[in-house]
Design a protein around this ligand. Structure first.
Ligand SMILES: [Zn+2]
Length: 238
């Protein structure tokens, strides 16, 4: 790696899973016994807002509990941002704050954040650490009952797509960590990077994926171990 290059890292469920966060991809399209479309789609929210708000209140509670903390992969990526003599950008599909808790500062949450809520009326977002329900008032426009999790649900457009496109254009090394390779548009980023042509692409995952053939190198294993190895190699050449 030449110095002052731009490293772009895409992270997915696999990296959070090792921190104790449960994801729906474990169990045949169910997420903690709920059908995905019931808890992670605009239609599901319209049909049963209480169910959806309760569901994310529980996810938030779990995220804030002692059970969950950043793992070695998060810590290694934070060290990379701090110590690398170039730019490091994380694009994450995860809605938790584990990258930030580990110390990363340049993180784009393309699928939103569990610790934010958004007002359907004024479209402002607000930090939220506790439970909220339909009785809560928007801190912005003061209307009641119009707050929703600031999460990109199925059928909605991911955030930062324009910004992500220019980041991928500028990228010299692309690293994908713990992503299954079947959720688009994120699964297409490696093809975009390779089409531009200048960047190397490395995939770190517990197993091969449907998009593995687009990467130049593969590291098969758990993220904690493999990402630490990779970051050591980038920073120290060992
Ligand atoms: Zn509002």
């Amino acid at each position: 790696m030449e110095k002052k290059n731009h490293i772009v890292i895409l992270t997915g469920a696999g990296i959070s899973q090792e921190s104790g966060i449960k994801t729906f991809r474990d169990s045949n399209g169910l997420w903690e016994n709920h059908k995905i479309e019931d808890v992670a789609s605009p239609l599901g929210f319209a049909k049963n807002p209480k169910l959806v708000l309760d569901f994310y209140n529980l996810r938030r509670e779990q995220l804030m509990s002692d059970e969950v903390s950043p793992n070695k992969a998060h810590t290694a990526l934070a060290a990379l941002e701090k110590e690398y003599d170039g730019k490091v950008t994380i694009i994450t599909q995860n809605i938790d704050d584990l990258h930030e808790r580990a110390g990363s500062t340049n993180v784009l949450h393309m699928h939103g954040e569990l610790l934010k809520m958004r007002c359907i009326n004024c479209n402002n977002t607000f930090d939220v650490k506790d439970k909220f329900d339909q009785k809560n008032r928007c801190p912005g426009c003061k209307k009641i009952g119009l707050l929703r999790p600031d999460i990109v649900w199925f059928g909605e457009t991911p955030y930062f797509l324009d910004e992500i496109e220019s980041i991928l254009n500028d990228c010299d090394l692309f690293i994908s960590i713990g992503t299954s390779g079947n959720v688009y548009p994120a699964a297409g980023f490696v093809q975009l990077v390779k089409a531009i042509g200048k960047a190397q692409a490395i995939e770190v995952n517990i197993e091969g994926t449907e998009i593995s053939n687009h990467f130049d190198q593969h590291m098969i294993g758990n993220a904690g171990e493999k990402v630490s190895e990779l970051v050591n190699y980038i920073l120290k050449g060992v």
